[in-house]
Design a protein around this ligand. Sequence first.
Ligand code: ZN
Length: 153
Amino acid sequence: MLSWLTEVVRLAEDNVAAGGGPFGALVVRDGKVLSRGTNQVTTDLDPTAHAEVVAIRRACQVLGDFRLTGCVLVSSCEPCPLCLAAALWARVDRVVYAADRDDAAKAGFDDRRFYDVFAQPRRTWPIAVDNIRTGTEQTPFAAWEARPDRVDY
Ligand SMILES: [Zn+2]
C-alpha cells in the first residue's frame, strides 16, 4: 500500500509540472495498477476531471465494466465529495489517500466547504437546487422498469 501511495504522490507532483492540478490517483486490483489518473480540470476545461474520476473512468475501460468491485482507489489526497460519490457508484472496495482535506485547503483547494454544504439544509447552499414537478417526471422511470433487458447499476 505504501508503495502505491508513494507512486500516486509522485504522479500528483509530476502533474503540476505538466500544467495540471496537484492530484493523482490509481485504481489497483489484485496487486496490479489498472489505471492512473491526474487532475485535468484546467487542462481539459472539465470541472469533473479530478484525478480519481479520471482513474475510475480509465479502470472501467480497462476492465470493460462499469463496476470496480474488488478494486482499491488510491489517491494522493483525500477524495472530495464528487470523487467519493464516483467511488461509491463504481463500487470500489476501499479508498486510501495520503494528504487530507486540511492539507489541500492550505494549498488553496478547500474541499471542506463542499463537505460542509451537504451537512447543511439545502436552502442555505451557495447554489439553488429546486425540485419542480412537471407531471411527466415519472415517465423515464416507468420506461426503465418496463425494459426487461435493462442492466441494473
Ligand atoms: Zn475530487
